[in-house]
Design a binder for this molecule. Structure first.
Ligand code: FAD
Ligand code: PYC
Length: 416
């Protein structure tokens, strides 16, 4: 990857920025790759990156029907935390969070990781018990979280009203090294690094069919840019996982639902922590530009609409205003939606499939941005070795047959 001197930066300033190298190439697809990844969201790109970095596999294509990062990766509200209850989850989310700590240096690309702290408010006795339990579990798992009092919540978030009549704040689960990162930059950083290793990112190219050979293994994919043969296939398409699985001839225990978010006009800095109010289905953080980034629950019905709707603004703002009275005076700037892929136990699927050389990564639901580096790491290990490693092992499709669920409904809380 090219590095630029101070002289080059000055030169580009006078020649109107016409000489910069593209961050990633836009190649024509080759006839065959060792590995094809479907989906250039964060998880697909991170999978490709760690295939190259950790296992030296670089004859890889990442195929994207739109533009890279244009799915949920570029639509999410960027909360990063690893305060999950079960051991399998704590391990993969903490791996991801710790990779985020050094990701800008690793990719040589500023992903603007901001470990500003995340608080999940306890607003019912049930949540108090739940979060105390999570803090104890996290201590055993090597994840640093703490249960804090309502007074400490108020100290950390002065704009909060802890004495609401319906849902007073009783305390909170605090992860001081949780936070946010710039979502586009995560996709762009991984994409640039993949392209730099010689991988092909093929955008505006939809996978329309999955071909299997006489041995039952995948032999290639049909796309809107022609047939592409592959040695191994990775399906990493979030809300469209069911569609791809159907093309490949197997079924998934996944439901696709729209999840919406909104941002306000930029205002002066007023909150330097991420706050999630899971009982009322609302959460808020302040972006570096000053916008209040706000979200709530997923749509109450399955759908494939990538858009916002008025009822969501109304419901989310109504639920937040008791705890954050300042919300009533904010002007909203824009809203949007993404299609998330929900499993019944609110845990992801990182798994082999009924086809020998076909692997799937999905089911991150409303919470997969935080997992991108760890998920890519684990998926790359499974694809290179053909079998899941320690991080992915618990998340196989077999758990749905065996009834071995990884219940994360509390940790996934706010948007589910
Ligand atoms: P995507 O980024 O959706 O990538 C999948 C890609 O596959 C897409 O680009 C799509 O175009 C492509 N694709 C689909 N079908 C095909 C095909 N046939 N051929 C080729 N390409 C195809 N998570 C958090 O951790 N913290 C948050 O604060 C958070 N907030 C969220 C807020 C909202 C509003 C939404 C919608 C999600 C939020 N999430 C959050 C969840 C998070 O965004 C997702 O879990 C994560 O981005 C999933 O990444 P991905 O790479 O699997 O999927
Ligand atoms: O997973 O932390 C999360 C989250 C918050 C909002 C949507 N997802």
């Amino acid at each position: 990857m090219k590095r630029y001197s101070a002289f080059a930066i000055a030169r580009e300033a006078v020649r109107h920025h016409t000489g910069w190298e593209r961050a990633w190439r836009s190649p024509k697809p080759k006839d065959r790759y060792d590995v094809v990844i479907v989906g250039a969201g964060g998880h697909g790109l991170a999978t490709a990156y760690y295939l190259g970095k950790n296992y030296g596999i670089t004859n890889v294509a990442i195929i994207e029907k739109g533009w890279l990062g244009g799915g949920n990766t570029g639509r999410n509200t960027t909360i990063i935390r690893s305060n999950y209850l079960q051991d399998d989850s704590a391990a993969i989310y903490e791996k991801a969070r710790s990779l985020y700590e050094g990701l800008s240096q690793d990719l040589n690309y500023n992903v603007m990781f901001s470990p500003r702290g995340v608080i999940m408010l306890a607003q019912t006795e049930h949540e108090v018990r739940g979060y105390k339990r999570t803090a104890h579990a996290n201590a055993h798992q090597g994840v640093t979280t703490e249960y804090i009092t309502r007074e400490r919540v108020k100290e950390l978030v002065p704009i909060i009203n802890i004495d609401g009549p319906r849902y007073p704040v009783l305390g909170g689960l605090y992860q001081a090294r949780g936070g946010t990162a710039r979502h586009d930059a995560v996709a762009w950083g991984y994409a640039r690094a993949c392209s730099g290793m010689g991988m092909d990112i093929i955008q505006q190219c939809e996978v329309t069919g999955v071909e299997t050979g006489a041995d039952g293994n995948v032999s290639g994919v049909q796309t809107t840019k022609g047939r592409i043969a592959c040695g191994k296939l990775g399906i990493v398409v979030a809300g469209h996982s069911g569609v791809l699985a159907e093309m490949a001839g197997f079924r998934l225990p996944i439901e696709s639902v729209a999840l919406q978010a909104l941002v306000s006009e930029p205002i002066k800095p007023c909150m330097d922590v991420v706050v999630m109010a899971n009982t009322v289905h609302g959460y808020m953080s302040q972006s570096d530009k000053g916008e209040m980034v706000i979200g709530g629950g997923a749509d109450g019905y399955n759908n494939y609409t990538q858009r916002g709707s008025f009822h969501h603004i109304e419901e989310t703002v109504r639920s937040l205003v008791e705890t954050f009275p300042m919300v009533s005076r904010l002007k909203m700037l824009r809203q949007w939606g993404g299609i998330v892929d929900m499993t019944g136990d609110r845990s992801p699927i990182i798994s082999r499939t009924p086809l020998g050389n076909c692997f799937i990564n999905c089911g991150w639901g409303t919470g997969g941005f935080k997992a991108i580096p760890g998920s890519g790491w684990a998926m790359a290990e499974m694809m290179s070795k053909g079998t899941p490693g320690p991080l992915a092992k618990g998340f196989g499709l077999d758990r749905f047959r065996e009834g071995r669920f990884i219940d994360e409904s509390v940790a996934a809380g706010v948007a589910h």
